[in-house]
Design a protein around this ligand. Structure first.
Ligand SMILES: Cc1cc2nc3c(=O)[nH]c(=O)nc-3n(C[C@H](O)[C@H](O)[C@H](O)COP(=O)(O)OP(=O)(O)OC[C@H]3O[C@@H](n4cnc5c(N)ncnc54)[C@H](O)[C@@H]3O)c2cc1C
Length: 448
């Protein structure tokens, strides 16, 4: 991977470089410290920018709930724009792991695509064959006659093919490691709600203006006042957007059930003194809340939350660390982590800003999980998580300049743990005026 040379020197703000050659470090504020914002902060810091990351600690942020599957080759068969972004995102990981030099839960454990009827595997097998020349890192695809030898709780009625290059990662660990690395290079992380002014200045709201944690009340989605709906976009979104542009994706990342949601946006009440944060550029990586954050700029971005509920279970005494990811044609996926942990998820629900674990959601995940892996019947439920995937209604991710100083980076939907750090790198390049590592035209605002 072509990384940024660390010693390339600090980025200068063109506005502040005078004829007397006074070198001023470029200041960038990043709104949101999920995996995208953390990735941006990391890459900006490596380029020598002075970075301030602001996060309001919203309940339902997606990064803390994400499962951690990195297997781009099985999805988006008819959407090259989605595929390019997720494929590059997956490619970005091995180099990143090396650079960070710490455990982010990344391991190439492989993925087993499983189906009751072997005929159901043919379409994805053809897709993998087509893509393999351009993505040799997926490894050699093989049939697996007894998948339960690799993932013992699996039903023994399933047929399977193995994609050995698939990886899993711990989203929280990635985000934390990226932020730690950014801080070690001088970045500052502040807690508070960032608001934009119409000309793109950033105001940090916190009780005493110090950037200290806000009172926990008033979290988005917990009964806050509904605000305006996303202008210009139907809700719930339709067509390409509803399925995340997936066509016949192997993973089902569009809602299977009826839409029961309310309006797509809720306004988190701002409280406390507002402190202006000086910045030459701003990156908005506020996940499902991005539309809200950008509204003062006079734009209506159709970004909405898609809820996912997910369950963690342990199988005491069993080494699950190298179990492959299980990707059924329909229903939930399963993946192993160290500490005898198995993750089963997730629901796909368009219910607005409602980051709640529900009886119905857990019931859906447990029933479907046990159908695929009955051997988990006695596993201990240790944790449930819920997150709001940020979905951009018109299509694949939303990455690009919104104004001369504000860059937006969101909409990674069910693929943000795969493409998040790479998207952060793109956003960092845009904020610094560099050429992004891929052509961003398909993701740029106002091009669709
Ligand atoms: C159940 C579940 C399973 C998933 N599984 C996978 C998977 O296996 N593989 C995969 O690739 N992806 C997966 N995803 C998707 C992935 O988790 C998301 O796409 C990704 O985490 C989005 O990251 P983000 O940084 O854009 O948003 P978030 O992680 O939501 O971060 C946005 C941040 O912005 C902050 N914020 C918002 N507004 C403001 C404001 N005004 N001021 C300050 N801060 C603000 C919030 O507090 C939040 O921390 C899954 C998601 C879910 C929910």
């Amino acid at each position: 991977m072509a990384g940024y040379p660390h010693d390339k020197g600090r980025i200068r703000s063109s506005a502040q470089v005078t004829s007397a050659a006074i070198i001023v470090t470029m200041r960038v504020v990043v709104i949101g410290s999920g995996i995208v914002g953390a990735g941006a902060a990391y890459h900006l810091s490596r380029r020598g920018a002075a970075v301030t990351v602001v996060d309001g600690g919203y309940q339902g942020d997606a990064t803390r709930a994400g499962a951690g599957i990195v297997c781009p080759w099985v999805d988006h068969p008819e959407d090259d724009d989605w595929y390019r972004l997720t494929n590059e995102g997956a490619r970005h990981y091995p180099g990143l792991v090396e650079e960070l030099g710490e455990d982010i839960g990344y391991a190439k454990v492989g993925a087993l695509l499983v189906a009751e009827d072997p005929a159901d595997l043919e379409q994805v097998r053809a897709l993998l064959r087509r893509r393999r020349p351009g993505a040799p890192e997926m490894g050699e695809i093989t049939d697996v006659s007894t998948p339960s030898e690799l993932f013992p709780p699996l039903s023994d009625t399933l047929s399977a093919i193995l994609v050995p290059g698939a990886a899993r990662v711990d989203g929280r660990a990635v985000r934390d490691a990226l932020l730690r690395a950014a801080v070690s290079m001088g970045a500052e992380v502040r807690t508070g709600i960032a608001a934009l002014t119409p000309d793109g200045q950033v105001l940090l709201h916190s009780p005493d203006g110090s950037g200290q944690p806000l009172a926990p009340e008033g979290t988005a989605g917990s009964g806050a006042t509904p605000a305006v709906t996303a202008g210009g976009a139907a809700y719930p979104p339709t067509s390409r957007a509803h399925g995340g542009g997936q066509g016949a994706s192997w993973r089902q990342a569009a809602p299977s059930g009826p839409v029961t949601g309310g309006p797509p946006g809720v306004q988190r009440p701002l409280s406390g003194a507002a402190v202006p944060l000086d910045a030459d550029a701003v990156i908005v990586a506020a996940g499902a809340w991005t539309g809200e954050v950008c509204r003062p700029l006079g734009v209506e971005l159709p970004v909405f939350p898609r809820r996912g509920q997910i369950l963690h279970a342990t199988l005491e005494g069993v080494d699950t660390a190298w179990w492959p990811i299980i990707l059924p044609r329909m229903g939930p996926y399963l993946l192993g982590f160290p500490d005898s942990r198995v993750v089963i998820g997730a629901t796909v629900e368009d219910v607005g800003f409602a980051p709640r674990v529900t009886m119905g959601g857990l019931d859906e995940v447990i029933r479907a999980g046990l159908r695929v892996a009955p051997g988990l019947f006695n596993a201990t439920v240790t944790e449930t998580r819920v997150g709001l995937r940020p979905v951009y209604a018109p299509g694949p991710a939303l990455i690009g300049p919104l104004t001369g100083r504000v860059v937006v980076a969101t909409g990674l939907s069910a693929y943000g743990l795969t493409a998040g750090p790479f998207t952060g790198r793109i956003a960092a390049a845009l904020a610094l005026g560099d050429t992004p590592p891929i052509d961003i035209t398909p993701y740029a605002p106002n091009t669709r």
